[in-house]
Design a protein around this ligand. Structure first.
Ligand code: ADP
Ligand code: MG
Ligand code: MG
Length: 880
């Protein structure tokens, strides 16, 4: 039987899979000799068993009993012992932190008897004992028994009757306990469970179950956390921040999670317990004030924070409690941070010598870089500024103010941009936060729920804008000076400065984009950090990065952003606009002569486009794909044309009649699988030849051109051979050198790659089509129709169009790469689907040994960074 329970002294920080992040780090701190209240962790494996089998694994209860007995012996108290009770918290803690998503119950072990014992323990502090008891019933009722938390909140508000929570006395809390017990009885039909062991067991099961709470499922999907990991449960002996003004609870960061600056950042709340500090019941004190309140505790905390930073070699966030002048550490982890802080911190730590530059590069992600490339507000925005809150999560967001999660989702579904405005957010607001462009709250600090979750999602957030009076009921807020903002009014928020604006503020490019454009301010700390990381990543990566671009402007930007060539130039846009006329003539041609005339008219135009492109990309490879889409895409819409012809009756234009006949003739049930790609080249004489000639002539005109001619949609080597022979003949005739290769985007091409490589000098994986055809998905039809259901069912964790499906499509890519190389060892391999800019897919391309990825110009920096990171992370293929 596996070991399901680990004492805090048995685990360590590398056991996150088994003990969850919280448990592993509690163990790590225990082993570092830091003051952690003793306890033990029940593994994620036990949770997985519970969730799949519907019951606790055999032997678990005895194992828990054994550890509890040991804990009781260590503490010299028994759980819930009437005259001197041991109390514990039962805390969730998964491998990846999911702030506020799952459950924790404090003060387990209290009942009508032990509450007196607790008072006695604290030299007769009755107020504290009854406050702890009511907290237990409240948390237990809400999280374990599923009772609506508002019932408890309302009872507390009624009792307070406007008083501060500090003004409440023992008798008030005692009365509240009775009220709460009544609520439990009403709602469950049973008395609140008095047996401490039963309390504990029920809480453990509730924590396990909370893994599958709807909001946890939603969060995981958003954050791409696998659904089958399960959570661990930590049973931790209680320490009390709520037993007087010499006690309290707090949270802290070792660096500013917004800027990365080293220092002391945190909030502290006297005479409070657990989540009070983030829930905003009272205004918190800054951590600096703790120095004044209790210097020894403050000094010890500073020392511990330094220890943790050196030990983890990273920004840590911590939860701590002070019980009558004694400091206790309740949690630590490597803390979340904004994208900008991630770059700054990584480079700072490298410059301090705590980590290597290699490691610095692995500590930032392409997604974070992408976030830094978001636009920000133009400088003259101050005119409309109506309030200032805290800069909790950067970015510039503009949208209509909405005051509930539901409304946010509703409007966002209609394609509107919204800003979710709340007094403070809670886990139930998650759906609205995802739907919104940004989040604005009037209460709570940088460690509030809104701030933590928004940072994690990379969503713009301004929190704690206290000048705002938010009324959820009236769906409006009031700003100083009597400004009233109602639901639907447009506001703008700046997550980098905390500013709130009335109306729509214009946005400008980010300074990181300016840096990539070559005009950035190199003195700026963020720009400097990005520059160092990018240089190192470029030095380490093996993959080349190319761009998908089909005009000179995109090509120029791509080149400035560091593209090493063009991996995909689509030629179809060159058939649009005022050239449509010529394309129509080509399609309607009835004789060879007519067709040739149409093609000859198109050729110089094509040639001109290529000349521009080649000039921009001088010296770098440019892969041009011959015409790919079905021809009817270039013709007028069938219905419109039919109506036009019908209305004109006898006087219908002869050309319109011909066009209509062509539209009908070319109509396809499945255009995606119809007459397109290489098939066009084989069926329409002269079409591909015209394109190849245009490429060759353009190449001749621009010195230093490295053209690569790419044939789309090939499924069989014979198709490719005949087009290639035709192309080779033209190249020989014009005296131009160019590679001729193919896309691998039809499963049969991947399966016969060994044969196809006989005729292809390069392969470029067209993973959009390859994904469509491998899954049998028609992308435009299926994504909206049922992908959300598929994600819900876990058929895939992320859409295969977003991130390359390694098991299926990836297998075809691997196979084709291997067989292609076997036939032609120097064959060049790349990818040009949208996956070329997706971090996970880029890692796959590195592992598979491709030569380059090609992506949209704006994603080039992301691809460069991820290619560098892929080279720095050891993978199986690297070690083979
Ligand atoms: P979360 O994952 O939501 O942070 P935690 O398990 O950390 O949940 O607990 C919620 C709150 O209760 C935190 O503020 C934590 O510090 C506090 N807490 C947890 N266990 C104890 C304990 N044994 N003694 C005192 N406070 C505790
Ligand atoms: Mg919690
Ligand atoms: Mg916590």
């Amino acid at each position: 039987m596996p070991k399901y329970v680990y004492d805090f002294t048995e685990g360590n920080k590398d056991l996150k899979d088994l003990l969850g992040g919280k448990g592993a780090n509690l163990a790590e701190m225990t082993n570092l000799g830091l003051p952690v209240p003793p306890g033990f962790t029940i593994t994620t494996e036990a949770c997985r068993h519970f969730l799949t089998e519907g019951r606790l694994p055999d032997g678990l209860e005895e194992e828990i009993s054994r550890h509890l007995s040991a804990l009781e012996a260590k503490m010299g108290r028994r759980l819930g012992q009437a005259d001197d009770p041991l109390l514990v918290s039962v805390r969730s803690g998964a491998k990846f932190s999911m702030p506020g998503m799952m459950e924790t119950v404090l003060n387990i072990g209290l009942n009508d008897e032990s509450v007196h014992g607790l008072a006695k323990q604290s030299s007769g502090n009755e107020r504290f004992a009854w406050d702890s008891y009511r907290r237990l019933i409240q948390m237990f009722g809400k999280t374990v028994q599923g009772i609506d938390g508002e019932l408890f909140d309302d009872a507390l508000e009624a009792l307070k009757a406007g008083r501060d929570d500090l003004d409440l006395e023992a008798a008030d809390f005692q009365r509240l306990v009775e009220t709460y017990k009544g609520i439990v009885r009403d709602q469950t039909g049973e008395d609140f469970p008095a047996d401490p062991h039963r309390q504990m067991r029920m809480a453990v099961e509730a924590v396990f179950r909370s893994w599958n709470a709807p909001r946890a499922i939603l969060y995981r999907r958003q954050e791409r956390i696998p659904a089958d990991l399960g959570t661990a449960v930590n049973v931790c002996s209680m320490v009390f921040g709520n037993c007087g003004m010499d006690s309290g609870t707090g949270v802290a960061f070792t660096r500013d999670p917004g800027t990365g600056h080293q220092g002391v950042y945190g909030d502290y709340l006297q005479n409070a317990q657990g989540e009070d500090v983030v829930a905003g019941i009272r205004n918190t004190l800054s951590l600096q004030e703790l120095e004044r309140i209790d210097k020894p505790v403050y000094d010890e905390l500073m020392q511990i924070m330094a220890t943790l930073e050196n030990h983890y070699r990273d920004l840590c966030d911590i939860e701590f409690t002070v019980e009558r002048g004694k400091l206790w550490m309740l949690q630590t982890r490597v803390g979340k941070r904004t994208a900008g802080a991630a770059f700054r911190i990584a480079v700072q730590l490298a410059e301090q010598g705590l980590i290597s530059m290699d490691e610095a590069v692995t500590r930032v992600t392409g997604d974070q870089l992408a976030q830094l490339m978001f636009p920000r507000f133009a400088g003259d925005a101050d005119a409309k500024k109506i309030a200032k809150g805290m800069n909790a999560s950067p970015g510039a967001a503009v949208g209509k103010a909405v005051f509930s999660s539901e409304r946010a989702v509703e409007l966002a579904d209609r394609g509107e941009n919204v800003i979710l405005v709340r007094r403070e957010t809670n886990p139930d607001d998650l759906a609205g936060m995802i739907a919104a462009q940004g989040v604005l709250t009037s209460r709570g600090g940088k460690t509030s729920h809104a701030a933590v979750v928004a940072r994690g999602m990379g969503k713009t957030c301004v929190c704690g804008a206290e000048e705002l009076e938010v009324s959820t009921q009236d769906r409006s807020f009031t700003a100083p000076g009597g400004v009233v903002v109602n639901e639907g009014d447009v506001i703008s928020i700046d997550g980098s400065t905390g500013a709130v604006y009335l109306g729509e503020v214009p946005v400008v490019d980010s300074q990181v984009v300016e840096y990539f454009e070559g005009s950035g301010d190199h003195e700026d700390e963020l720009v400097r950090a990005v520059d160092r990381v990018m240089r190192h990543a470029d030095g380490m990566r093996r993959l080349e990065v190319r761009a998908n671009a089909d005009n000179a402007e995109d090509a120029a930007r791509a080149r400035r952003f560091g593209a090493q060539g063009i991996g995909l130039c689509r030629t179809e846009h060159m058939f649009l606009g005022d050239r449509r006329q010529l394309v129509e003539e080509l399609i309607l041609a009835e004789t060879d002569a007519e067709r040739e005339r149409a093609l000859e008219a198109l050729r110089p135009l094509q040639q001109g486009d290529f000349v521009e492109l080649f000039r921009e990309m001088k010296g770098l490879p440019v892969t041009i794909r011959l015409l790919d889409p079905p021809l009817h895409e270039f013709l007028p819409d069938c219905t419109e044309l039919s109506v036009k012809v019908a209305l004109a009756g006898d006087r219908a234009d002869e050309k319109d009649l011909k066009l209509l006949a062509a539209v009908k003739r070319l109509h396809e049930q499945n255009p995606m699988l119809g007459l397109r790609g290489v098939r066009l080249g084989l069926v329409i004489p002269g079409l591909f030849a015209m394109q190849v000639r245009a490429i060759a002539e353009a190449a001749k005109a621009v010195e230093g051109t490295r053209a690569e001619i790419m044939i789309p949609l090939v499924a069989a080597v014979q198709e490719l051979e005949s087009v290639r022979d035709e192309a080779r003949a033209i190249l020989a005739e014009t005296g131009v050198e160019a590679l001729v290769g193919t896309m691998i985007e039809v499963p049969r091409a991947a399966l016969t790659a060994g044969q196809i490589a006989e005729a292809a000098e390069f392969f470029s994986f067209g993973t959009n089509d390859l994904t469509q055809m491998t899954w049998g998905f028609s992308r435009d039809d299926v994504e909206a129709a049922f992908f959300s259901r598929y994600l819900e069912l876990g058929v895939f964790g992320v859409s295969p169009f977003e991130s390359l499906d390694r098991d299926g499509v990836g297998r075809l890519v691997r196979l084709a790469a291997e067989e292609g190389r076997r036939t032609r060892p120097d064959i060049k391999l790349g990818i040009c689907g949208e996956h070329g800019g997706d971090p996970d897919s880029i890692h796959f391309c590195h592992e598979t040994g491709l030569d380059y990825v090609s992506c949209s110009p704006f994603r080039i920096p992301v691809a460069r960074l991820e290619a560098g990171r892929a080279a720095l992370v050891r993978t199986d293929s690297d070690t083979r």
